[in-house]
Design a protein around this ligand. Structure first.
Ligand code: NAG
Length: 234
């Protein structure tokens, strides 16, 4: 019986790929079905990640725009539902990009130096077991983040990303899982978000948070350097 259980667990782990098709705002599902305001990703069926951090797909990985827009109050807590258990070690990051006034959130492509990071996560190590874990690891949801209260009102693309680092000691073997949602931020403020980066552009294959030996991070978890710009806290 134990042997069988182990086999089943192993089989599950091998197929551990996932997508993030639904946004949750303040604990309530903001989309009544998958890919409603979240742009359907190219891996919607295969669930496979992106391994090249310079690929065009690193921006939104999208196969199509979405029909709807979700209203998100500034200050809200957000996360995503994952189609599978997010069982790989690695950080969860969130970005926003403001839609230019000349464009529409349902068709804008998110090009240019327009993306700012609003959240990232760091690992912790249990001192008794020496086991390293990351926020929301092994959950069927992504880690929570807060939309900064001073984010200016308007239409944005919201991008969630989980970087699976289990093979990341080899170049181009970290796996990026991500999606972008069309949102309207309301009740915000007059902050000046930044630094602003391009996607692709913000990540390089050899970034210390992408080409990384997790055994070393487990010795000193606070030394992990999440890739991309500093977090804008509002
Ligand atoms: C994440 O936020 C939701 C509300 O949106 C809350 O119910 C949940 O407890 C939070 N999870 C963690 C790990 O803080």
């Amino acid at each position: 019986m134990h042997f069988l259980t182990t086999l089943l667990l192993t089989a599950t782990a091998v197929q551990a790929h996932y997508t993030f098709p639904r946004l949750v705002v303040n604990g309530k599902t903001a989309e009544d079905k998958d890919w409603s305001a979240t742009r359907k990703t190219k891996n919607a069926e295969s669930k496979s990640g992106i391994e090249n951090p310079s690929a065009a797909d690193i921006r939104c990985y999208q196969s199509s725009n979405a029909a709807n827009v979700v209203t998100v109050p500034a200050g809200a807590t957000i996360h995503y539902i994952s189609t599978q258990q997010v069982n790989h070690p690695g950080p969860t990051q969130y970005y926003l990009a403001k839609v230019p006034s000349s464009a529409s959130v349902t068709s804008w492509d998110g090009s240019g130096a327009v993306w700012f990071k609003i959240s990232t996560t760091m690992p912790t190590v249990d001192q008794s077991t020496k086991q390293m874990t990351w926020p929301a690891q092994n959950e069927y949801v992504t880690a929570n983040a807060t939309i900064p209260k001073s984010t200016p009102d308007g239409d944005y693309l919201l991008r969630v990303e989980h970087i699976a680092l289990h093979m990341a000691s080899q170049a181009n073997k970290a796996q990026f899982y991500l999606s972008c949602t069309q949102v309207k931020i309301s009740g915000g403020g007059s902050g000046t978000p930044g630094p602003l980066v391009s996607l692709p552009g913000a990540y390089k294959t050899n970034d210390p948070g992408i080409l990384v030996d997790l055994n070393k991070i487990a010795q000193a978890p606070s030394t992990y350097q999440p890739p991309g710009p500093a977090v804008w806290k509002g």
